[in-house]
Write a new protein. Structure first.
Length: 265
């Protein structure tokens, strides 16, 4: 595993890209309401990224080995969709939950973040799942400091999610990020404390737990991208891009509208 340690100049460029990604979510937030299509949300985000921010939408035409090019500028994963949902013509309904996942490229560097939205009035279960998943992300982030291990992040997330009666998706994980969309290391959201690589200042990676209300099992839809829960239970995800600092961590994907870390963490 060859983890890139970012230079001070690269870190500053990452700060800019990550803040811009968060600001896309701020911009689209008022539009996430019953009746809007995910395709319209994609258009709003695309126009803001390209015409206002001068960014490149990283997902558009992204094609890792074995995949067809991704056709849209953001990912929109609704209800039992776990990740990589493709925006389309279906309107959001009252009670839906949706994850909007944004990655921008600015001056050659990637910023990656996602948030959950409850559309209209969500069920008690839907709101609790979104809350617990947000807690999971921050509990994982809170483990990050020089000398800690990647396994500390996953172990903390897994314990909190499972203690709440939920399950952690195994097949998708956080990742290093910088000049490339996906770099080393892989950041698992489950595992054993004290295992995995040791964290060092200058590492930048995402923490993005995917938590299911039912079982952890998933499957891929026929479009080759959208991942859903096998038992059709609800799924939620939150994501920040994190820098390991000399004394702890810095959440880079923070903007005026970012939901703060819970006080008790």
């Amino acid at each position: 595993m060859s983890v890139v340690i970012k230079t001070a100049e690269e870190i500053e460029k990452m700060r800019i890209a990550c803040r811009l990604a968060a600001e896309v979510l701020d911009h689209v937030t008022p539009h996430v309401k019953p009746g809007v299509t995910t395709g319209e949300l994609d258009r709003i985000c695309h126009d803001y990224m390209v015409n206002v921010q001068g960014c490149i939408p990283a997902p558009l035409n992204y094609a890792p080995p074995g995949y067809t090019p991704y056709p849209k500028s953001i990912c929109t994963s609704i209800n039992h969709q776990v990740c990589h949902g493709i925006p389309g013509d279906k309107p959001l309904k009252n009670g839906d939950i949706v994850n909007l996942d944004i990655t921008v490229i600015k001056d050659g560097f990637h910023g990656d973040t996602s948030r959950m939205f409850v559309v209209g009035e969500g069920s008690i279960l839907a709101k609790r799942l979104c809350e617990i998943t947000h807690d999971c992300m921050w509990i994982g982030i809170n483990q990050i400091k020089p000398g800690a291990h990647l396994g500390d992040i996953g172990a903390a997330i897994q314990k909190y999610a499972e203690d709440a009666g939920f399950s952690v998706v195994r097949e998708f994980c956080g990742h290093g990020i910088g000049r490339k969309f996906h770099e080393d290391p892989q950041v698992l959201h489950y595992g054993k404390a004290g295992t995995g690589i040791e964290l060092k200042p200058g590492m930048i990676f995402t923490v993005e737990p995917m938590i299911n209300a039912g079982k952890a099992a998933i499957r891929e839809m026929g479009d080759g991208w959208t991942i859903v829960t096998k038992d059709r239970s609800l799924s939620a995800q939150w994501e920040h891009t994190i820098l390991v600092t000399e004394t702890g961590y810095e959440a880079l994907t923070v903007s005026a509208g970012t939901r703060p870390k819970p006080d008790w963490i």
